[in-house]
Design a protein around this ligand. Structure first.
Ligand code: ZN
Length: 143
């Protein structure tokens, strides 16, 4: 385990565009605000979703599609760096019409119906993702 101290910076609030891809929109917020490192949360609704579950034995992501209107009960994530470029990592809990929920790692292909995000800038040296041999995941290597 490693850790580092970062400090809180600015806070951005943004409305997510109808019909846009969720991850693209979150990246747009980070880009527009010039937040190099951030954590964010969002609520809203999706027209459809594409999530995945990480198989810890096979070390592969198993993707699944939810092709229905969904509430974003909770979306949490970080903006850090991978190979020097911004990298978003987000997980979501989504609810269908009957209130049943699904959750997982957010992939491209989550299409926004409506949404709002609050993004908190973190100041200090940005964590860099690098491939972790034990888990097979791109984890923060320099914390
Ligand atoms: Zn994940």
């Amino acid at each position: 385990m490693g850790s580092r101290i970062m400090t809180s910076g600015r806070v951005a609030v943004a409305r997510l565009d109808h019909g846009a891809d969720l991850l693209v929109e979150v990246m747009r917020v980070a880009s527009d605000t010039e937040f190099k490192t951030a954590e964010f949360h969002a609520i809203g609704a999706l027209q459809r979703a594409r999530l995945s579950f990480y198989d810890q034995t096979a070390k592969t992501y198993d993707e699944f599609v939810l092709d229905e209107p969904l509430e974003i009960v909770s979306l949490l994530g970080t903006v850090t760096r991978r190979d020097g470029a911004p990298a978003i990592h987000a997980h979501a809990i989504l609810a269908g019409h009957d209130g049943s929920t699904h959750g997982g790692h957010v992939n491209p292909g989550c299409i926004i119906f409506a949404g709002e995000v609050v993004m908190h800038e973190l100041l200090g040296a940005a964590p860099e993702r690098e491939l972790d041999a034990v888990t097979g995941l791109p984890l923060w290597g320099n914390v």
